[in-house]
Design a binder for this molecule. Structure first.
Ligand SMILES: [Zn+2]
Length: 279
């Protein structure tokens, strides 16, 4: 019995064989090996990669302050201002006009450090910081400058009194001239001068100074305190002669504390920042 005869005796088997031959003959060329069906591997899901998003912030880097030289001391030390630029008016804050009060310089330097990383706290203002208004006195640890003159009695206020401690004439000292140069150049509406250790916030001049001093006292460990308008002082000159908002910020010590220096200085930042925004 031939194979045909065997299949023809089973019609269903013959039909399967014919269909298989027909399929194989159409699906592949004669003699070609059958290729396995290769399905593409399922790829693991990866979220779409977003394009880089650049957020423009009011960064400290973009607002990096400039350091400007306002003058030289008797001994030739630079009297420097740190200037944060802004267009909404100007506030000038200084420390160390009395060289035996380094706490004022430390507070201004702490404020500069804060503003470098919190540019919004400049409130859009130009802020001029002078940490070391009397660098010779600070170096020597004396109240006076290198000619034994009290720089804070050498301004051309109406109450200037010439003598050996106040200077023969107003502005005869380079340190007081440097501050007047800064006032003329930047035209601040408000000046804060940091001293110690008389513990109080002392306004000079018009009512706006008193209002600002009261606002600052609400945020400060220091009370509002009316100290006298001293002869030839920066307070007398800026507050009474020029009519600016003028605050003498008297800390309760001359030297920054050794063991809690950071928290001590930071406790006064809020009042100074208020002077920047409202001054
Ligand atoms: Zn002082």
């Amino acid at each position: 019995m031939t194979a045909f005869h065997r299949l023809s005796s089973r019609p269903w088997a013959l039909m399967v064989a014919l269909l298989a031959a027909l399929f194989l003959g159409c699906a592949a060329p004669e003699g070609a090996p059958l290729e396995p069906i290769v399905r593409p591997q399922a790829r693991p899901y990866r979220p779409p990669v977003p394009r880089e998003v650049v957020v423009v912030v009011h960064s400290a880097a973009a607002e990096a302050p400039a350091t400007v030289e306002l003058g030289l001391s008797v001994r030739g030390r630079p009297i420097e201002g740190i200037v944060f630029e802004g267009t909404g008016g100007c506030v000038l804050i200084l420390g160390g006009i009395h060289g035996d009060e380094p706490v004022g310089s430390a507070l201004i330097e702490r404020l500069a450090e804060h503003l470098r990383t919190h540019a919004a706290d400049c409130a859009g203002k130009r802020v001029v910081l002078i940490p070391r208004a009397n660098p010779d006195g600070l170096a020597a640890g004396t109240r006076w400058n290198a000619r034994a003159v009290d720089v804070n009695r050498n301004f051309p206020a109406g109450n200037f009194t010439p003598n050996s401690r106040h200077g023969r004439t107003a502005l005869c000292e380079p340190e007081s001239r440097a501050l007047v140069v800064a006032i003329a150049r930047y035209r601040p509406s408000c000046i804060v001068s940091v001293h110690g250790p008389l513990r109080g916030i002392d306004p000079d001049g018009r009512a706006a100074s008193w209002a600002l001093a009261a606002e600052m006292a609400a945020l400060s460990p220091l009370p509002l305190k009316d100290l006298a308008a001293l002869p030839g002082s920066l307070g007398s000159y800026a507050g009474n002669t020029l009519g600016l908002k003028m605050i003498t910020y008297e800390l309760d010590r001359k030297d920054p504390p050794a063991w809690n220096r950071s928290s001590y200085l930071e406790s006064h930042l809020a009042a100074l920042l208020l002077a920047i925004s409202n001054g």
